[in-house]
Design a protein around this ligand. Structure first.
Ligand SMILES: [Zn+2]
Ligand SMILES: [Zn+2]
Length: 137
């Protein structure tokens, strides 16, 4: 996502792009299943380019509680600042965004905030069925 500094309008420019999910890579708990969409409002302020960025994409993840696989839409806003000088012709927002995305991805995900998880006794997924363990205790 290269942006020519001279193309940035005085009032700011809006740029859109997609980052391939393969470039983002995967973490221990999730993996994007489609390209990540980026909308950025780019503004030049003296020796800096500021990008107000909205990133969204759908990922496949493994629930930290019940270990079921599920898909979820993820969206996040970032404010990215890139320092430039007089000779800077292009900035590469893509790499900056990729780093922000990786830093901000959750390390634990739940299929549902009320996910009941697995029974610690028999290992059954309590979202799908009731086991007899709880009635005994
Ligand atoms: Zn779950
Ligand atoms: Zn049980």
């Amino acid at each position: 996502m290269k942006i020519s500094v001279s193309d940035i309008k005085p009032e700011g420019s809006e740029v859109k792009c997609q980052i391939s999910n393969e470039i983002i890579g995967k973490t221990e708990v999730l993996e994007f299943i489609e390209p990540v969409k980026v909308i950025a409002k780019v503004e030049r302020i003296d020796e800096e380019v500021i990008a107000e960025t909205v990133v969204s994409g759908r990922y496949s993840a493994v629930c930290s509680r019940c270990l079921e696989e599920f898909e979820q839409l993820w969206e996040k806003n970032f404010l990215i600042g890139i320092e430039i000088d007089r000779r800077t012709e292009y900035i590469d927002l893509g790499e900056e965004i990729r780093q922000e995305v990786i830093l901000n991805l959750p390390t634990k995900v739940l299929c549902d905030k009320d996910c009941k998880g697995l029974c610690p006794n028999c290992g059954k997924n309590l979202n799908n069925e009731k086991c007899k363990c709880s009635s005994m205790s």
